[in-house]
Design a protein around this ligand. Sequence first.
Ligand code: ADP
Ligand code: MG
Ligand code: MG
Length: 202
Amino acid sequence: DPGTGSAGSSPWLGALAERFAQLRPALDRLDQHAGDGDLGTNLAGGTAAAARAGVAGDLPADLRVLADAFLDSVGGSSGPLFGLVLRHAAAALAQDGDDPARALADGLRAGLDAVREAGGAEIGDRTLLDALGPASYDKDRPRRHLDAAAVSAALEGARRTSDLRARRGRASYLGDRALGRPDPGAVGLAALLLALHEAVTG
Ligand code: ADP
Ligand code: MG
Ligand code: MG
């Protein structure tokens, strides 16, 4: 029904938007410490826009909607970069439906490369790559699945950004002032990976 603007909403996108609405104040506070204070608002805005897009889809369709919402309606660094990761995740999932956790691992690795290319940052620069990298590789070995170990590694990687000095993004202007708290984008990315893991494990 085009009149209502909603063709039946996706429960996974709705739950994701709810979770990022809850994380919003904490992520904004982290970004106040090292940036301009809008990371929580940006991630809450992107997920809410996706939930409003109102598809009752499978996970690949939901991820495409989510990627488009970030690319089309979220600014800053997180809009295009989260959008890029999500687009690669969605594409891999669409290609390999047999084993979604394996497809997501492949897609996230492609997303990692795309973000490095687009943003010029490397792992260790105190960005979302410090969550995405450990989720994609175990030491130097590609992870085969987005499993619990990959999610734990992402959360641990995000935690460790507290000790990293930023070399990219706004936080790089602050020198040591950003130390002592984690990078908000890394925390947000780890939260997204947890939600993706939940989606494929039920
Ligand atoms: P802005 O600084 O434009 O307000 P956001 O607050 O939306 O951007 O996003 C900030 C997050 O983006 C940072 O916490 C960091 O994780 C990530 N980020 C910033 N620059 C880069 C980059 N070049 N490569 C990867 N991630 C980046
Ligand atoms: Mg910001
Ligand atoms: Mg901003």
